[in-house]
Design a protein around this ligand. Structure first.
Ligand SMILES: [Zn+2]
Length: 226
């Protein structure tokens, strides 16, 4: 599949269609990406390997008859859930040259990577595991309830629900700040304009700094209890 000119909106459209095609439920429910992979890929082997290099998240080999995914045993189950989904995005959307690869979560890792392809795999995995249509309406009431004192609870609750790490939730909040702002201003989920962080920065669009607000709320809480 040629994904060369996909922007965030196109990527999300394909990811939503993929989820609809391979998940049996019409409504969103949290995803176990390894179970999902085993259910929908024939002749798949998933191995957990304690890689020496902790930069490595996963290795995908998609051959003509078999597929192998190696996940880093040194990473937590929640990290592996995201890592496996990342490999699945490569598997379903990217050409074979990108489906025999080593993936890392470090931008300056020792491993040579194609930044655009990796952006698609990361952003696609995020949309599969935490679709904005589910994430935004779930995030906003939590922030309202927890304000001004328990930001971790907000992030940790979401992490637990979506089976990912709190760090992944923080990245997702940042990725979706522009979309969250539009929703708060009354746009429906269908009308929201999807724009990548890079594109919105290029266009000089200012967004609400939700993570900074959460940190500020946390600082105020600790100050108030000292
Ligand atoms: Zn990758």
């Amino acid at each position: 599949m040629n994904t060369k000119y996909w922007n965030k909106a196109t990527l999300y459209r394909y990811v939503d269609a993929l989820r609809k095609g391979i998940c049996n439920s019409p409504n969103f429910s949290p995803v176990d990406s390894q179970k999902l992979a085993k259910r929908c890929i024939k002749n798949l082997t998933i191995e957990k390997i304690p890689f020496l290099n902790s930069d490595i998240c996963g290795i995908l080999y998609k051959g003509n008859h078999t597929t192998s995914i190696a996940l880093n045993a040194k990473r937590s189950p929640e990290m592996q859930n995201f890592d496996c989904m990342h490999e699945l995005i490569h598997y379903f959307f990217h050409d074979i040259e990108y489906c025999q690869r080593i993936c890392s979560d470090k931008t300056e890792a020792t491993i040579c990577q194609d930044a655009y392809i990796e952006w698609q795999a990361n952003e696609g995995a995020a949309q599969f595991l935490m679709p904005y249509q589910d994430f935004i309406p779930r995030f906003l009431p939590l922030i309202a309830q927890s304000f001004p004192c328990t930001s971790f609870q907000t992030v940790d609750d979401l992490a637990q629900f979506y089976r990912v790490t709190p760090a992944v939730i923080e990245v997702r909040i940042n990725q979706l700040s522009y979309e969250i702002d539009q929703y708060r201003q009354g746009q429906s989920l269908e009308q929201i304009q999807l724009l990548s962080k890079k594109k919105r920065e290029q266009q000089g669009i200012k967004v609400t700094p939700y993570l900074a607000l959460l940190d500020f709320a946390l600082d105020s809480f600790f100050e108030s209890v000292v």
